[in-house]
Design a protein around this ligand. Sequence first.
Ligand code: HEM
Length: 289
Amino acid sequence: MISPAIAIPPRTPPNTPADASAQRDRAGTALAWSARLWFAVAVGGQLLFAWYVAVLYGGALVQGEPARWNAVMPRGYVAGDTAGNAAIGVHVLVTVVIVIGGALQLLAPLRRLAPSLHRWNGRVYVLLAVVSSLIGLYMVWFRGAVGGLAQHVGISINGVLIVLCAVFAVQHARAGRIALHRRWALRLFLAVSGVWFFRIGLMAWIVANCGPAGFDPVSFEGPFLSFLAFAQYLLPLAVLELYMRAQASARVAARIAMAGAMLVLSLATAAGVAAAAMILWLPHLSRTI
Ligand code: HEM
């Protein structure tokens, strides 16, 4: 005879409010870790970009050969234009401080343990991001930059968004509206990262197409580059809005779906960083060092 304990499977306990809340917590933890993974990949890739900037642009300056900037930026150094060259030097070299400062600002343990470092680092980060954006606008509209009108408009809107996000992030922090401050600070981080997204996006695209596609590599113009000039900040900002909605949502499915999307985006970001490192950054580093 079969014992009743084997024959009758135990009844699934009813889905109590406590179970539902535990499921939501687990989904929230998965979402938080997926975001941390993406952030770790992004910070690694941005540090590589900053290292390249320090070695290529800083190295040329230290060695008294700023004309070497033009190996990458055709109108980076113009003989005789001291003020313009200085502005461009500031634009590229503050990238190192911006990248390190941005990563530090978003580290939650550091915010808790050293709030005054968070405040001071935040002031420096915001100031440099705004100054760099204003210089970027000067470069595009007065000094001359590669690319066509659509690209120039796209990157200029990026510059304006950086300034707006910086203003809102600071205003909310000063007023003690921390939840809103966090939202605008995250938007600021992604808007400031636009130039980096452009590079990893373009290099991933080139690798995926086994060469330049959708643009002319000589004039550096074409539909794909026009698209990327806007997508470099609009896509990350759209993903951030979805992430924040999933975080605020009580629906387990929304959190799990977003965590899955963040995993895929982490892989895509790592692929873009690898492509940019191989094609853009490491070759310059190996030539310069
Ligand atoms: C705060 C965010 C920004 C950072 C950290 C940043 C950083 C840089 C760096 C490192 C380069 C050299 C690129 C390389 O060697 O691959 C560069 C180039 C350039 N940036 Fe920015 N940038 C920022 C925002 C902007 C904005 C908002 C604009 C325009 C409104 C802009 C306009 C330019 C231009 C025109 C070039 C030269 C591209 C060329 O013609 O070759 N940047 N930027």
